[in-house]
Design a protein around this ligand. Structure first.
Ligand SMILES: C[S@@+](CC[C@H](N)C(=O)[O-])C[C@H]1O[C@@H](n2cnc3c(N)ncnc32)[C@H](O)[C@@H]1O
Length: 350
C-alpha cells in the first residue's frame, strides 16, 4: 500500500516515527527484567508530591474507576480521591500485591500484547507514571486506553528525566525534554481518540532537604505531564481545572560553583543537574586523551549545550556547539565540540 494513502491507524511505529525508533538496548523479555522487585521510589519526594497534587487536581470524577497503567508498588493517588476501583497493570506481582491503592491487578506485557484486558468504557481515568519511555507500541496502547476510557475520561501520562536506559526505546533515549513532550503528544494524536493534549511542566524546584543531593544544589526531578480527555460523541469536554506549569528560576552562580566542585562525587552535570553518561574514548590516532572513559552530559536541553550553539556561531563556527565533559583522570570539566545532537552518542557505554 502507498504510505501516503494509509491512515495512521494502519501505519506501524517505524513508519510513523522512523525505523528502529522503538528498538531497545535490551530486547530480552520485559517480564524477566521486571521480575526483580524494585521497592524504590523512582522520583525524589518533591517530584512525587507534584505528581500526587496533579492527579488530585485533574481527576475530578466522583468515586472514579482508575487504571494505573504500568503500575508498581505505589500509584501516587492523593488521599483526596476516593476511587470506586483502582486496577493496576504491570509486570511485577510482588510490587502490585504491595500496592495498597489497588483493588485488583493484572500481570500483562504491553509490548507483547497492547490489547488491554478490560471492557470498553470502563474507566474514568487512566494514569501512566514514569513508564511511557518503555512502550514499544505506544500508539496501539494509547488507542486501547481510548477504548477502555469512558467518553470524556482522562488519560494522564507523567514522565521525568530518569529511566532504565536499557529498556527505554531508542527514540526516547535520543530525545531531549521538548522532543519527549512532542512525542507523547503525537502518541495521543495518532491514536485519534483524544481531544487536544495539554502539557504541564514542573522543574527547577529545590530538592527535599533530607535528599543526599540537596546540599549540592541539584534541583528536584523534573515532572512533565501530557494529558487529554477521551473524545465523546458530542465533542464535549469535561472542564478540568487549569494546572499551572512551574519552570523554576535560573541557576545562581553560587550553586553552579558548588555543583562544579561536586562533579567527581555526583557525576552530574553542574549546568542542568542531569547524570553524566560514561563515554568510551575512541581509539583513533586523532585523540590525545589517555583515558579509557570520560563522562559527558548528553542532555540535549542542557543550558551549557544550548548556549554553546550561540557562542560558537558568534565565533564563526556555525552549526557547532559543545557538551560538558568530565575527565576523571585529571578531575576537571571541559567542553567537547559537537557538530550535531547525535555526535558522540554511539560511544555511550553507561
Ligand atoms: C519505572 S517503573 C514505574 C512504576 C510506577 N508506575 C511508579 O510510578 O512508580 C516502570 C513500570 O513499568 C512496568 N512495565 C515495564 N514494561 C512493561 C511492559 N512491557 N508491560 C507492562 N508493564 C511494564 C513495570 O512493571 C514497572 O512497574
Amino acid at each position: 500500500m502507498n504510505t501516503a494513502l494509509k491512515t495512521s491507524e494502519a501505519m506501524s511505529g517505524d513508519e510513523l516515527f522512523g525505523s528502529n525508533a522503538f528498538a531497545r538496548l535490551d530486547e530480552s523479555d520485559d517480564g524477566v527484567f521486571y521480575s526483580r522487585d524494585r521497592f524504590v521510589q523512582h522520583l525524589d519526594s518533591t517530584a512525587l508530591a507534584t505528581v500526587e497534587d496533579l492527579i488530585g487536581k485533574l481527576v475530578i470524577e466522583e468515586r472514579p474507576a482508575i487504571l494505573d497503567l504500568m503500575a508498581g508498588w505505589d500509584s501516587h493517588l492523593p488521599a483526596s480521591i476516593k476511587p470506586s476501583r483502582v486496577a493496576g497493570l504491570g509486570l511485577n506481582e510482588n510490587e502490585l500485591k504491595k500496592n495498597t491503592a489497588l483493588t485488583e491487578y493484572v500481570i500483562h506485557d504491553l509490548n507483547r500484547d497492547p490489547l488491554l484486558p478490560f471492557a470498553d468504557a470502563s474507566f474514568d481515568a487512566v494514569i501512566n507514571t514514569v513508564s511511557v519511555d518503555y512502550m514499544t507500541r505506544p500508539v496501539d496502547v494509547f488507542r486501547e486506553v481510548g477504548r477502555i476510557l469512558k467518553p470524556g475520561g482522562l488519560f494522564l501520562v507523567v514522565f521525568s528525566s530518569r529511566m532504565f536506559p536499557q529498556k527505554a526505546t531508542q527514540v526516547w533515549r535520543q530525545s531531549g525534554e521538548k522532543e519527549r513532550i512532542i512525542l507523547v503528544e503525537e502518541f495521543f494524536r495518532y491514536s485519534q481518540l483524544f481531544a487536544n493534549p495539554e502539557v504541564f511542566i514542573s522543574k527547577g524546584r529545590p530538592r527535599p532537604v533530607e535528599d543526599k543531593y540537596a546540599r549540592l544544589g541539584i534541583p528536584s526531578d523534573p515532572i512533565y505531564a501530557v494529558y487529554a480527555d477521551r473524545k465523546d460523541a458530542n465533542g464535549e469536554r469535561k472542564r478540568r481545572p487549569q494546572v499551572t506549569s512551574d519552570h523554576g528560576s535560573p541557576l545562581p552562580a553560587e550553586t553552579l560553583k558548588e555543583r562544579t566542585a561536586a562533579v567527581k562525587e555526583t557525576l552530574r552535570c553542574p549546568h542542568c543537574g542531569e547524570p553524566m553518561r560514561k563515554w568510551e574514548v575512541p581509539n583513533t590516532p586523532f585523540t590525545t586523551w589517555e583515558n579509557e572513559f570520560m563522562y559527558i552530559c548528553f542532555n540535549d536541553t542542557c543550558s551549557y549545550l544550548l548556549r554553546g550553539w550561540e557562542v560558537m556561531n558568534k565565533q564563526g563556527n556555525r552549526g557547532l556547539s559543545y557538551r560538558l565533559m568530565y575527565d576523571p583522570l585529571r578531575d576537571r570539566c571541559m567542553p567537547v565540540p559537537i557538530p550535531s545532537l547525535d555526535a558522540l552518542k554511539d560511544g555511550i557505554v553507561g
